[in-house]
Write a protein that binds this ligand. Structure first.
Ligand code: SF4
Ligand code: SF4
Length: 318
Protein backbone atom coordinates (compact mmCIF):
# COMPACT_ATOMS: atom_id res chain seq x y z
CA UNK A 1 0.00 0.00 0.00
CA UNK A 2 1.41 3.39 -0.97
CA UNK A 3 2.18 6.17 1.53
CA UNK A 4 -0.48 8.20 -0.26
CA UNK A 5 -3.18 5.64 0.60
CA UNK A 6 -2.01 5.48 4.22
CA UNK A 7 -2.09 9.29 4.44
CA UNK A 8 -5.57 9.26 2.93
CA UNK A 9 -6.81 6.85 5.62
CA UNK A 10 -5.20 9.01 8.31
CA UNK A 11 -6.76 12.20 6.94
CA UNK A 12 -10.21 10.62 6.64
CA UNK A 13 -9.96 9.53 10.29
CA UNK A 14 -9.04 13.07 11.23
CA UNK A 15 -11.99 14.53 9.32
CA UNK A 16 -14.34 11.97 10.92
CA UNK A 17 -13.12 12.87 14.42
CA UNK A 18 -13.69 16.57 13.69
CA UNK A 19 -17.24 15.78 12.62
CA UNK A 20 -17.84 13.96 15.90
CA UNK A 21 -17.87 10.34 14.76
CA UNK A 22 -17.02 8.03 17.68
CA UNK A 23 -15.08 5.61 15.44
CA UNK A 24 -14.34 4.89 11.79
CA UNK A 25 -12.72 1.98 9.98
CA UNK A 26 -12.17 0.62 6.48
CA UNK A 27 -12.60 -2.83 5.00
CA UNK A 28 -12.23 -4.49 1.63
CA UNK A 29 -15.52 -6.02 0.38
CA UNK A 30 -14.40 -9.65 0.72
CA UNK A 31 -16.95 -12.49 1.03
CA UNK A 32 -18.42 -12.78 4.54
CA UNK A 33 -19.52 -16.41 4.64
CA UNK A 34 -20.02 -16.65 8.41
CA UNK A 35 -22.10 -13.46 8.59
CA UNK A 36 -24.35 -14.69 5.78
CA UNK A 37 -24.80 -18.04 7.49
CA UNK A 38 -25.88 -16.18 10.64
CA UNK A 39 -28.32 -13.99 8.68
CA UNK A 40 -29.89 -16.97 6.90
CA UNK A 41 -30.10 -18.97 10.15
CA UNK A 42 -32.18 -16.17 11.67
CA UNK A 43 -34.66 -16.46 8.81
CA UNK A 44 -34.69 -20.30 8.72
CA UNK A 45 -35.25 -20.44 12.48
CA UNK A 46 -38.10 -17.89 12.12
CA UNK A 47 -36.40 -15.50 14.54
CA UNK A 48 -37.11 -12.51 12.29
CA UNK A 49 -40.78 -12.30 13.32
CA UNK A 50 -42.74 -10.52 10.58
CA UNK A 51 -39.71 -8.58 9.29
CA UNK A 52 -39.98 -10.25 5.88
CA UNK A 53 -37.55 -7.78 4.33
CA UNK A 54 -34.80 -9.75 6.09
CA UNK A 55 -35.66 -12.75 3.91
CA UNK A 56 -34.92 -10.97 0.65
CA UNK A 57 -31.89 -9.42 -1.03
CA UNK A 58 -29.51 -12.00 0.52
CA UNK A 59 -27.35 -11.78 -2.62
CA UNK A 60 -26.66 -8.10 -1.93
CA UNK A 61 -25.96 -8.82 1.73
CA UNK A 62 -23.41 -11.43 0.64
CA UNK A 63 -21.87 -9.24 -2.06
CA UNK A 64 -22.04 -5.49 -1.35
CA UNK A 65 -20.45 -4.73 -4.72
CA UNK A 66 -24.00 -5.27 -6.06
CA UNK A 67 -24.89 -2.08 -4.17
CA UNK A 68 -22.15 -0.04 -5.82
CA UNK A 69 -20.48 -1.14 -9.06
CA UNK A 70 -16.69 -0.93 -8.69
CA UNK A 71 -16.85 -1.04 -4.86
CA UNK A 72 -13.34 -1.15 -3.35
CA UNK A 73 -13.85 -0.03 0.27
CA UNK A 74 -16.58 -0.08 2.88
CA UNK A 75 -16.15 2.80 5.31
CA UNK A 76 -17.89 1.96 8.59
CA UNK A 77 -18.67 4.67 11.09
CA UNK A 78 -20.41 4.98 14.43
CA UNK A 79 -21.89 8.03 16.15
CA UNK A 80 -22.74 8.08 19.84
CA UNK A 81 -26.13 9.04 21.27
CA UNK A 82 -25.05 8.36 24.83
CA UNK A 83 -26.61 11.13 26.91
CA UNK A 84 -27.84 11.14 30.53
CA UNK A 85 -31.52 10.30 30.83
CA UNK A 86 -33.54 10.35 34.02
CA UNK A 87 -36.91 8.62 33.69
CA UNK A 88 -39.76 9.36 36.05
CA UNK A 89 -41.41 6.27 37.58
CA UNK A 90 -45.00 5.49 36.61
CA UNK A 91 -44.73 6.83 33.07
CA UNK A 92 -44.47 4.92 29.78
CA UNK A 93 -40.87 4.38 28.70
CA UNK A 94 -39.38 5.42 25.38
CA UNK A 95 -36.02 4.12 24.19
CA UNK A 96 -33.21 6.64 24.51
CA UNK A 97 -32.54 6.71 20.77
CA UNK A 98 -36.09 7.87 20.02
CA UNK A 99 -36.20 10.97 22.22
CA UNK A 100 -33.73 12.71 19.92
CA UNK A 101 -33.74 13.68 16.24
CA UNK A 102 -34.12 10.78 13.82
CA UNK A 103 -30.70 9.19 13.29
CA UNK A 104 -31.48 8.45 9.65
CA UNK A 105 -31.39 12.19 8.98
CA UNK A 106 -28.59 13.20 11.35
CA UNK A 107 -26.16 10.40 10.50
CA UNK A 108 -26.79 10.75 6.77
CA UNK A 109 -26.04 14.45 6.88
CA UNK A 110 -22.82 13.78 8.86
CA UNK A 111 -21.80 11.16 6.29
CA UNK A 112 -22.51 13.61 3.46
CA UNK A 113 -20.15 16.07 5.13
CA UNK A 114 -17.54 13.34 5.53
CA UNK A 115 -17.87 12.30 1.89
CA UNK A 116 -17.40 15.93 0.81
CA UNK A 117 -14.15 15.98 2.83
CA UNK A 118 -13.03 12.72 1.20
CA UNK A 119 -13.72 14.17 -2.26
CA UNK A 120 -11.47 17.12 -1.41
CA UNK A 121 -8.73 14.79 -0.10
CA UNK A 122 -8.85 12.49 -3.12
CA UNK A 123 -9.16 15.38 -5.59
CA UNK A 124 -10.65 13.21 -8.32
CA UNK A 125 -14.19 12.06 -9.15
CA UNK A 126 -15.53 9.32 -6.87
CA UNK A 127 -18.48 6.97 -6.99
CA UNK A 128 -19.97 6.54 -3.56
CA UNK A 129 -23.12 5.47 -1.79
CA UNK A 130 -24.14 6.47 1.70
CA UNK A 131 -26.26 4.08 3.69
CA UNK A 132 -27.86 4.50 7.11
CA UNK A 133 -30.02 1.49 7.80
CA UNK A 134 -31.25 1.90 4.24
CA UNK A 135 -29.52 -0.89 2.27
CA UNK A 136 -29.22 -4.66 2.66
CA UNK A 137 -25.78 -4.41 4.22
CA UNK A 138 -24.52 -6.45 7.18
CA UNK A 139 -23.59 -3.31 9.10
CA UNK A 140 -22.36 -4.85 12.36
CA UNK A 141 -20.31 -7.40 10.48
CA UNK A 142 -18.54 -4.71 8.44
CA UNK A 143 -17.96 -2.61 11.54
CA UNK A 144 -16.30 -5.64 13.15
CA UNK A 145 -14.31 -6.29 9.97
CA UNK A 146 -13.06 -2.70 10.11
CA UNK A 147 -11.93 -3.21 13.70
CA UNK A 148 -14.33 -0.65 15.17
CA UNK A 149 -15.99 -2.86 17.76
CA UNK A 150 -17.27 -6.28 18.73
CA UNK A 151 -20.80 -7.62 18.90
CA UNK A 152 -21.76 -8.49 22.48
CA UNK A 153 -23.99 -11.22 23.86
CA UNK A 154 -26.89 -8.74 23.56
CA UNK A 155 -26.24 -8.76 19.76
CA UNK A 156 -25.30 -5.07 19.75
CA UNK A 157 -22.01 -3.59 18.63
CA UNK A 158 -19.81 -2.39 21.47
CA UNK A 159 -17.08 0.09 20.73
CA UNK A 160 -14.14 0.83 23.06
CA UNK A 161 -14.76 4.05 25.05
CA UNK A 162 -18.18 4.48 23.42
CA UNK A 163 -20.22 1.48 24.61
CA UNK A 164 -23.28 0.51 22.59
CA UNK A 165 -25.52 3.61 22.47
CA UNK A 166 -24.45 4.08 18.87
CA UNK A 167 -25.78 4.58 15.37
CA UNK A 168 -24.01 2.90 12.46
CA UNK A 169 -23.57 4.38 9.01
CA UNK A 170 -21.49 3.47 5.97
CA UNK A 171 -19.98 4.98 2.86
CA UNK A 172 -19.39 2.56 0.00
CA UNK A 173 -16.54 3.84 -2.15
CA UNK A 174 -14.96 2.91 -5.48
CA UNK A 175 -11.54 3.86 -4.11
CA UNK A 176 -9.14 1.62 -2.21
CA UNK A 177 -8.31 2.65 1.35
CA UNK A 178 -6.03 0.39 3.42
CA UNK A 179 -8.21 -1.82 5.59
CA UNK A 180 -8.00 -1.20 9.29
CA UNK A 181 -8.62 -4.56 10.88
CA UNK A 182 -7.43 -4.80 14.48
CA UNK A 183 -8.00 -7.79 16.68
CA UNK A 184 -10.37 -6.62 19.37
CA UNK A 185 -10.95 -8.70 22.50
CA UNK A 186 -14.26 -10.32 23.35
CA UNK A 187 -15.59 -7.75 25.79
CA UNK A 188 -18.29 -9.91 27.38
CA UNK A 189 -16.13 -12.56 29.03
CA UNK A 190 -18.15 -14.37 31.69
CA UNK A 191 -20.76 -11.58 32.00
CA UNK A 192 -24.29 -12.50 31.02
CA UNK A 193 -26.21 -9.59 32.55
CA UNK A 194 -28.12 -8.78 29.36
CA UNK A 195 -29.39 -12.36 29.05
CA UNK A 196 -30.49 -12.39 32.69
CA UNK A 197 -32.26 -9.03 32.52
CA UNK A 198 -34.07 -9.41 29.20
CA UNK A 199 -37.66 -9.64 30.46
CA UNK A 200 -39.05 -11.64 27.53
CA UNK A 201 -36.32 -14.23 26.91
CA UNK A 202 -35.63 -12.69 23.50
CA UNK A 203 -31.90 -13.28 23.97
CA UNK A 204 -32.21 -17.02 23.48
CA UNK A 205 -28.49 -17.56 23.92
CA UNK A 206 -25.33 -15.45 23.87
CA UNK A 207 -25.36 -13.37 20.68
CA UNK A 208 -28.60 -14.92 19.41
CA UNK A 209 -31.90 -13.02 19.39
CA UNK A 210 -35.44 -14.11 18.66
CA UNK A 211 -36.78 -10.79 17.37
CA UNK A 212 -40.38 -11.95 17.66
CA UNK A 213 -39.98 -11.85 21.46
CA UNK A 214 -38.05 -8.58 21.60
CA UNK A 215 -39.88 -5.50 22.92
CA UNK A 216 -38.13 -3.28 20.40
CA UNK A 217 -39.47 -5.39 17.55
CA UNK A 218 -42.96 -5.61 19.04
CA UNK A 219 -43.31 -1.86 19.66
CA UNK A 220 -41.52 -0.61 16.53
CA UNK A 221 -41.50 -3.18 13.74
CA UNK A 222 -44.71 -5.15 14.25
CA UNK A 223 -47.46 -3.51 12.19
CA UNK A 224 -50.59 -5.41 13.23
CA UNK A 225 -52.49 -5.36 16.54
CA UNK A 226 -50.90 -7.27 19.44
CA UNK A 227 -52.05 -10.66 20.63
CA UNK A 228 -52.80 -10.70 24.37
CA UNK A 229 -49.43 -12.38 24.98
CA UNK A 230 -47.53 -9.75 22.96
CA UNK A 231 -49.34 -6.89 24.69
CA UNK A 232 -48.30 -8.28 28.09
CA UNK A 233 -44.68 -8.75 26.93
CA UNK A 234 -43.99 -5.07 26.31
CA UNK A 235 -44.42 -4.17 30.01
CA UNK A 236 -44.01 -0.42 30.44
CA UNK A 237 -42.08 0.18 27.18
CA UNK A 238 -44.13 2.34 24.79
CA UNK A 239 -41.44 2.55 22.10
CA UNK A 240 -38.31 0.37 21.98
CA UNK A 241 -36.47 -1.11 24.95
CA UNK A 242 -33.07 -0.27 26.44
CA UNK A 243 -32.83 -2.91 29.16
CA UNK A 244 -30.04 -5.01 27.64
CA UNK A 245 -27.99 -1.83 27.15
CA UNK A 246 -28.78 -0.28 30.53
CA UNK A 247 -27.38 -3.30 32.38
CA UNK A 248 -24.27 -3.60 30.20
CA UNK A 249 -21.17 -2.65 32.23
CA UNK A 250 -19.56 -1.21 29.08
CA UNK A 251 -22.18 1.53 29.01
CA UNK A 252 -21.24 2.60 32.54
CA UNK A 253 -17.66 3.43 31.62
CA UNK A 254 -17.79 5.36 28.39
CA UNK A 255 -15.78 8.50 27.76
CA UNK A 256 -17.36 9.27 24.38
CA UNK A 257 -20.77 10.89 24.70
CA UNK A 258 -23.56 11.91 22.34
CA UNK A 259 -22.72 13.85 19.19
CA UNK A 260 -23.84 17.46 19.64
CA UNK A 261 -26.10 17.18 16.59
CA UNK A 262 -28.58 15.13 18.64
CA UNK A 263 -30.88 17.45 20.52
CA UNK A 264 -32.93 15.83 23.29
CA UNK A 265 -36.67 16.51 22.92
CA UNK A 266 -37.32 17.43 26.55
CA UNK A 267 -41.10 17.31 26.10
CA UNK A 268 -40.82 13.58 25.29
CA UNK A 269 -38.59 12.56 28.19
CA UNK A 270 -41.44 12.16 30.68
CA UNK A 271 -44.52 12.19 28.49
CA UNK A 272 -47.75 10.98 30.13
CA UNK A 273 -49.86 8.10 28.86
CA UNK A 274 -52.92 10.33 28.90
CA UNK A 275 -51.26 12.81 26.54
CA UNK A 276 -50.37 10.06 24.06
CA UNK A 277 -53.80 8.43 24.20
CA UNK A 278 -55.51 11.77 23.55
CA UNK A 279 -53.29 12.85 20.66
CA UNK A 280 -54.91 13.96 17.44
CA UNK A 281 -53.15 13.45 14.10
CA UNK A 282 -51.93 17.03 14.04
CA UNK A 283 -50.87 16.85 17.70
CA UNK A 284 -48.90 13.69 16.92
CA UNK A 285 -47.15 15.42 14.04
CA UNK A 286 -46.35 18.45 16.14
CA UNK A 287 -44.87 16.39 18.95
CA UNK A 288 -43.05 13.60 17.13
CA UNK A 289 -42.14 14.89 13.65
CA UNK A 290 -38.41 14.41 13.06
CA UNK A 291 -38.04 11.66 15.68
CA UNK A 292 -37.94 7.89 15.00
CA UNK A 293 -41.36 7.60 16.67
CA UNK A 294 -42.99 9.54 13.84
CA UNK A 295 -42.16 6.61 11.53
CA UNK A 296 -44.57 4.19 13.23
CA UNK A 297 -47.55 6.55 13.03
CA UNK A 298 -50.21 7.46 15.59
CA UNK A 299 -52.23 4.22 15.33
CA UNK A 300 -49.32 2.01 16.36
CA UNK A 301 -48.16 4.43 19.06
CA UNK A 302 -51.63 4.37 20.62
CA UNK A 303 -51.68 0.55 20.33
CA UNK A 304 -48.46 0.50 22.37
CA UNK A 305 -49.74 3.05 24.87
CA UNK A 306 -52.96 1.11 25.48
CA UNK A 307 -50.99 -2.08 26.15
CA UNK A 308 -48.59 -0.26 28.50
CA UNK A 309 -51.51 1.30 30.37
CA UNK A 310 -53.08 -2.15 30.92
CA UNK A 311 -49.77 -3.65 32.01
CA UNK A 312 -49.08 -0.85 34.46
CA UNK A 313 -52.59 -1.10 35.93
CA UNK A 314 -52.19 -4.86 36.35
CA UNK A 315 -48.83 -4.49 38.04
CA UNK A 316 -50.12 -1.72 40.30
CA UNK A 317 -47.62 0.83 38.92
CA UNK A 318 -50.47 3.25 38.17
S1 SF4 B 1 -34.24 -4.81 23.67
FE1 SF4 B 1 -35.32 -5.50 25.55
S2 SF4 B 1 -36.60 -7.24 24.89
FE2 SF4 B 1 -35.09 -6.86 23.26
S3 SF4 B 1 -33.40 -8.24 23.72
FE3 SF4 B 1 -32.91 -6.28 24.73
S4 SF4 B 1 -33.74 -6.47 26.81
FE4 SF4 B 1 -34.66 -8.10 25.57
S1 SF4 C 1 -24.31 -7.10 29.54
FE1 SF4 C 1 -22.44 -8.33 29.75
S2 SF4 C 1 -22.79 -10.09 28.37
FE2 SF4 C 1 -24.28 -8.51 27.80
S3 SF4 C 1 -23.30 -7.37 26.13
FE3 SF4 C 1 -22.80 -6.28 28.07
S4 SF4 C 1 -20.83 -7.18 28.69
FE4 SF4 C 1 -21.69 -8.56 27.16
Amino acid sequence: MSDHSTDLAHNIRKAAAQLGFAAIGFSAPLPQTLAILRATAMVHEHRNGEMHYLESRMEERADPSLLLPGLRTIISTVISYNYPLKRQAGLPKISKYAIIDDYHTVVRSKLEELLAEIEILVAEPLHARITVDSSPLLEKNWAEEAGIGKTGKNTLLKVPSAGSYLFLGEILLDREIPSSKFTLPNYCGSCGDCLTHCPTGALVEAGKIDASKCISYLTIELKREFTAEEAAMIGDWMFGCDLCQEVCPYNQQTSITANKAFKVREELVNISMERVLNLTKSGFRELFYGTPIFRIGLRRLKRNARAVENNMKKSGTI
